[in-house]
Structures are given as structure tokens and as C-alpha cells.
Design a protein around this ligand. Structure first.
Ligand SMILES: [Zn+2]
Length: 44
């Protein structure tokens, strides 16, 4: 099972937040860079 982080409003994939991420943990932006909408986690 994969987890994807997508914008609720436009469906754009969230980008990785390089500041908060490290080699063991990947953090995604919680705000869409494209439209400013809220990003949510989805199980695929
Ligand atoms: Zn968006």
C-alpha cells in the first residue's frame, strides 16, 4: 500500500518539504504550491 499526498482542491501532488525531511522520514508540504489548497494523505 502506498501513501500519496495530494491537494484536495486541484489534485496536484504535494512536494517534499526538504527542511523537515531527513533520510528516514519524508515530510510533504501541507499546503498546495499550485493553488494554496489543503493537502491530504491518501492511501492507494
Ligand atoms: Zn492545489
Amino acid at each position: 500500500m502506498n501513501i500519496i499526498n495530494v491537494c484536495k482542491d486541484c489534485g496536484e501532488l504535494a512536494e517534499v518539504n526538504e527542511e523537515k525531511s531527513n533520510e528516514n522520514w519524508i515530510v510533504y508540504d501541507t499546503e498546495c504550491k499550485h493553488c494554496g489548497g489543503k493537502v491530504e494523505m491518501k492511501f492507494k
